[in-house]
Each structure stands twice: as structure tokens, then as C-alpha cells.
Write a protein that binds this ligand. Sequence first.
Ligand code: MSP
Length: 647
Amino acid sequence: MAKKPYYITTPIYYPSGNPHIGHCYTTVACDSIARYRRMQGYDVMFLTGTDEHGLKIEQKAAEKGVTPKQYVDEIVEIFKKLWSYMNVDFDRYIRTTDDYHVETVQKIFKALYDKGYIYKGEYSGKYCTPCESFWTDSQLDENGCCPECHREVVEAKEEAYFLKMSPFADRIEKLLTETDFLQPKTRAVELVNNFIKPGLEDLCVSRTTFKWGVPVTFDDKHVVYVWIDALSNYISALGFWNDAYNDYDKFWPADVHMVAKDIMRFHAIIWPAMLMALDLPLPKHLAVHGWITFNGQKMSKSLGNVVDPFVLGERYGADAIRYHILREMALGADSSFSNEIMINRINSDLANGLGNLVSRTVAMVEKYFGGTLPKEKAEGEFDSELIAEMTALRAKVDEFIDKTQINNALAEIFKVVSRANKYIDETAPWVLAKDEANKPRLAGVLYNLLEAIRVVSSLLCPFMPSTMPKIWEQIGAGEADVTYENAEKYGVLFAEVTVKRGDVLFPRIDVEKEIEELNSIIAKNAPKEEPEIEVEPVAPEIAFDDFMKVDLRVAKVTACEKVKKSKKLLCLQLDDGMGGRQVVSGIAQWYSPEDLIGKKVVIVANLKPVTLCGVESKGMIVAGDTADGDAKVIFPDQSLPCGSKIH
Ligand code: MSP
């Protein structure tokens, strides 16, 4: 029987800097799902790649004095090296600079134009002549100047192509609210309220201010907007409207596009609109995860902790890193990264949990039976419970993988690891070993443990692909024993199985020593100089009592949306521990609602209420200024309860 096709994609990454742990999450998650599906017998297409056009790349290349293509070529190599290092086994890698992709993008643009969905119009906004860039009002700096070079901007108009969005608004709203296209569903409401309900604006889909993009075939002053270019990758990589590949009919529509929340809007609104306009089927699912954060902010290399996946992999092994990021991130929520949490998890789950289970079991088979078990079955107390749990595991993992909830799938697997470790304590093999008459029971107990390890390691293989074969060697399991089919069966290993002790799978890490070493790496890599700012003079001295008049409190953002008539204001609903309140804050240029929802912030709680753009604000969010004049919200320790006073 022909295998069922399964198509999964990551976003294509901007090669504008080296990859970090944040980039690894989606790729490792998709790789794990792809491997799981292959194990289940699907014919899998797992696509990843790089998004190589745009002004930013053009500028970075110019800074380095190389061509944009030379610039991206170098970084793409680092991405590819990282994926191979992290055991990411993709089926296809797309680069948007590949000729076949460019051909597809040009044909898509032309088709949308011919169908009347793309039209020529005028883009008006603020223009910075030295930077040759258009900016919207909300992007300008605090003085109304160019956010890049801080020089004056002028009102300017430019011809541009636009994609009509309104013909698709109703269908997209239904897609988001009435189907399970978007996972988790809660995010759909946010999108509908923020973008569709206020009226979907037509999208500007061409640029004339830079050259590094896909030229519009019928008007070569213009290059195609980078998102139209990038989103098309999901079908160009299958050979849609090009001759490089021939899998479109087989794999489209995609089973899952996995993305992080910051690019959800493009995938949930613009991409469906493009496909609807082209009369093509829509992808089946869009799985949206949060960010790996550090101190409440989206992680990036500059944040000062050790996030270089090569450095971390060198210290703990790629599988341990894979396990940690997959186990920590719940679909839809952010996951905060800390080296200490990672080390503790490696110690508890991998060294003490799985590693210990394998080494204890193998050591006992060697010690009590010289490495080969006699043919015995144990079907007494505790045995049936362990057997029932191991044989029920596959169905539970399947269900979570279907819902792209990898963290829950791993949690289920590790429940069986704990159960098996507990079984060792319950059955006390070292006591059984004291009496020759108990030897048959002892052999049966050890067989059950080997079986539990077989089941667990078979199901873990997609997530930790390089460690599991080492376990199979130790427990004497052959390739045919560790299949998906056998993962729900008991009694698969040969009764007279021979084990073979191997290296420690996950060496225990000395937390204190390790943190000390990591801290010295962080210190070495820290940016040498703080960005210079003009430090404002300290305000006149005040008495302590005066300070106490300002009532600062911790509050959690429960909802947030843009204020309709303003480009600068966000309206936040806060749980302040006192029944809740609404605050309006001028931070819309730097934060979108999804960056803030669920986070705790500091507010001035006793500020006199004001009305901003017709919306009442009771208090103020505390933020600081960066060297570039951006505002950064102060995120307090997230364990502080709502309403707690800051002094
Ligand atoms: N090029 C676009 C995607 C086009 S897809 C048609 C892009 N590239 S990106 O390199 O900036 O980001 C790619 C993905 O990595 C995004 O989903 C982004 O959110 C994700 N991540 C970047 N930093 C991250 C974290 N710290 N945590 C989790 N994901 C992170 O956007």
C-alpha cells in the first residue's frame, strides 16, 4: 500500500545573523514530528530554509563590503551546520535566492495581477532620503525623525502595487473562528479582533526603494514584498509553477506549518489570502508557539546568557538540548530560558531518570545473570501495572503529537520512565537476588524493565535521535524490536536477551560548577561597552515620604489591543490584584499585544486617571529609554503576585 504523504514546514529564517537557541525550537520541533511521522509509516516531506531577500540583508552586506548573495551564502552555511549538529533531518532546504523559487514568485505575482487582486496604487508616508526608506508614523523616532539615521523625513508618495485583502476577510474570519486551522485557538480571537474586525487593509506588496528582491516581471522598478516572496516558499519548494520539483500534487496542502507568534499574522491572514486568490487549497494546520524568552524578552544572541547552541551542545550533547527546549515549551505560551533550569532538567529527567534506569537495569542483568537473562516471565504484583502503562503509552503520545503538543508527549513518556524506576524500588531486585529460589522472579522483573526501556526508547527516538540507538545496544534490542508497531506490545525482546553495558548516557552535571563556568563564558562574550546615552541629570532630592506617595504595583496583562485612532497607544487590561483596571500606554511602536499578554509589568497605581484618544487610562506602565530612543517595558520578577507593592 502506498504510504500516506505528510508535509511539515518551519518558517524560513532570515540569515541576517548567526542562529541561536530561539531559532532551534521550531526546527527541532518540526524535525521531531517529521521523525515521528516517518516512524508511523508516513511518506514525509519536511521543509526548512532561508529567507534571503530584503532591505536589511542588502544593508548588512553593504556594511561588510560584500554582495548580498555573498553575505547570505556565508550565514546559510552556519544554519546548515547547526541543523546537522542538532540532528535535524530535513528532506528539502529552500533558499529564496534559488532560481526556481524566484520563477514561482514572479508567476504568482503576475497571476494575482492578471486576476485583478494586485493593482497599482500609491504608497504615501514619511520618506527618509539618505536611507531611501519609507516609514509609517508609528515607526518614526520620538522626534518624528527616521528611526534608522534620526534625520528629518519628508512627506512623500511612491507608486506601489497592492494586494486586495477585503474579498477574503469573511472567509479568513471563518477559517480562524470556525475551524481548527489555528492551534491554539485562543490566538485566533486576538487576530480577528486586532486585524479583521477593524477592517482588513490592502497590503502593499512591492517596493522600489531597494533592489535586493525578486523583480516584478512586468514592471522591473519594483521588487516583490519580502513576505509575498517568503510565504510562496511553501509551494515553490514542491515545484509549484517551476520545474525543479514535482511534488506539489502529492504534498499540498501542508499538514502543518509551525511558526512562532510574531509571524502568526502573516501565516494566518496574508498566506490564506494569497492562496484564496490563487484558488489553491489552504494548509490544514498552523501551529503557533511562543518565544523562548530570557528575562521576559524574546531571546537573541545579545542578551548575555549562553544561548549559542554550538556551545551548549558541546557541553551537554545535542539530544539533551533538544529534549530541554521541547519539554519546556507549551504550545502557545512563552518559555523562559535559563541555563540553570536546563541543567537541572538534564540532571533530573535524563541523568537520574532515563540514564539511571538504563544503567541500573543493565548492571543488574550483568551482576545477577552474567549479562544474559534466563527465559522467565514475571506476572506477579506490580508487574501488570508496569506492563499496562508501557503498552498504553504509544496511544497517548500519538494523541499529543496529533495536537503538536510535544511537551505533553514527552511528559507522558517520562511518566513511564519514573514508573519503571519506582518498579525497581517496589520489586527490590537486590533482595530477590539473595535467595536462589527467587531467581526466576528476578529474571522476570529484569525482563520487564528491559521491555519498559525498549518501549520508552522507541517512542523517544524522534526527539532524541542520537541517544536511543546507544540504549538499544545496551539492552540488546535489534532494529526490528524498536519499531512503531512494537511500541504498543509487551514481550517483544527475545526472552534470553543479552545486554551490554555502555558509556554513561547523560553524565550528571555539577550545577554550581557548571553555572560558574557558564558565567565566565557570559562575561567573556558580554558586549564590551554599554551603548552611550546622554544621561539625564538626577531630579531634585525628595524625602522618603515623598517617594512613598508614588504607589508602584505589580500587575498582569490579561488583555491588550491597539487603540483604534492611534498608532502609538495600546490599551491594556490588567489584573492588579484589586479587581482589575485599564491602562493606556504609548508603547505600540515597540510592542504588539501578543508580546505583553500574560506578562507581569510594573504600574504607577495612584496616578490620576486621564482619557487618551477617547480611552480612559487608570495608571501608567513603567518603562525605560534605550540608547536608540525606544521604550522598553520593565518586566519585574514574574513570580511577584499581582498587586504586590514595589518599594
Ligand atoms: N523570515 C521570516 C519567516 C518567513 S516564513 C515564510 C522570519 N525569520 S526569522 O529568522 O526572523 O524568524 C524565524 C522564526 O524563528 C520565527 O518564527 C521567529 O519567531 C522564530 N524565533 C526567533 N527567535 C525566537 C525565540 N527566541 N524563540 C522562539 N522562536 C524564535 O521571521
